[in-house]
Design a protein around this ligand. Structure first.
Ligand code: DX5
Ligand code: ZN
Length: 227
C-alpha cells in the first residue's frame, strides 16, 4: 500500500453539454487519464466512442487517454485510432487470438499495454503475457454499460492478483478497476491492491453531486492521497 491511486474519467459518461466544464476541472486537478471505451456492438451489446469523437477530443485536451477496446478484432480496430506515447491501452483477452500481435503493436507505439479481463475470466490465463504487459484491467461489472452494480467477488480477485504478482516479483504490474468504482468501492478496491480507478456514473459523473472538484478530492482521499 501507500502508492497514490490514479483516476481515469470515463468519457462515455460525460454529457456533451458539459464536456468543456469537465475537461477544465480535470486539467486543473491534474487528473491522470481520460478513459475511452470503444465498443463495437459485437463484443458487447452496445456502441461507444467512435473514431471522430476521439479525434475531436484530442483537439480539446492534452490529458492522456486510457483506451479500453471492448471489440472483436482489437488488432485491426486499434489501428483506427491515434494512440500515442503516454497513453495506456487495454484490449480484452476474451475472443482474441492475436494477443502477441496486439502487444507488439502497442509496444511499437510506445503506449502502456494492458490486457482486460471480464469478471469471470481466470487471471492465470494472462501468465504467458506477463513480460509484455504493464498492467491488467479488471472488469468489476459485466462489460458494456455504465451504471451497473459491482460484482463483489471481483474485489477478492484483485486482492489475489495483487498477491500473486507480488509473489512472482512483479509488483510493477498494476491493476486497473473498471465498473461501478464509486467512492465506497474505490476504497475497497484500493485496499485490495488496485492502482487505477475508472470513474464513471457512480462517482465523477454522479447526478446532483457537482462540483466535480469535490468528488475528485473525496475520491483521492480513499486511494492513498493525503489531502
Ligand atoms: C465500461 C465502462 C463502464 C463505466 C464505468 O468499460 O468503463 O464501466 O463507464 O462507470 P460506472 O460503472 O461508474 O458507470
Ligand atoms: Zn472501460
Amino acid at each position: 500500500m501507500g502508492k497514490k491511486g490514479k483516476l481515469s474519467a470515463s468519457m462515455m459518461c460525460t454529457g456533451l453539454d458539459k464536456i468543456f466544464y469537465y475537461l477544465a476541472e480535470f486539467k486543473e486537478a491534474n487528473l491522470e487519464y481520460l478513459h475511452i471505451d470503444i465498443m463495437d456492438g459485437e463484443f458487447v451489446p452496445n456502441f461507444a466512442l467512435g473514431t471522430d469523437y476521439v479525434k475531436s477530443l484530442r483537439r480539446i485536451t492534452d490529458i492522456p487517454f486510457d483506451f479500453h477496446f471492448l471489440v472483436n478484432n482489437p488488432l485491426e480496430k486499434m489501428s483506427w485510432f491515434d494512440i500515442r506515447e503516454g497513453d495506456q491501452v487495454a484490449f480484452h483477452y476474451e475472443n482474441n487470438d492475436q494477443i502477441p500481435k496486439c502487444l507488439q503493436y502497442l509496444k511499437r507505439l510506445g503506449a502502456d499495454s494492458l490486457i482486460a479481463i471480464n469478471p469471470e475470466t481466470d487471471y492465470k490465463v494472462l501468465d504467458p503475457y506477463l513480460d509484455d504487459i504493464n498492467g491488467v484491467l479488471v472488469m468489476t461489472v459485466h462489460p458494456g454499460f455504465a451504471g451497473k452494480k459491482l460484482i463483489p467477488y471481483t474485489i477478492d480477485k484483485i486482492k489475489n492478483m495483487r498477491d500473486y504478482y507480488d509473489s512472482q516479483g512483479r509488483d510493477d504490474i498494476f491493476l486497473e478497476a473498471d465498473g461501478n468504482v464509486s467512492i465506497k468501492n474505490a476504497e475497497k478496491l484500493y485496499n485490495a491492491g488496485a492502482e487505477v480507478f475508472v470513474a464513471g456514473s457512480s462517482s465523477l459523473f454522479k447526478k446532483g453531486e457537482e462540483p466535480v472538484k469535490n468528488i475528485i478530492e473525496e475520491k483521492r482521499k480513499v486511494i492513498g492521497w493525503q489531502m
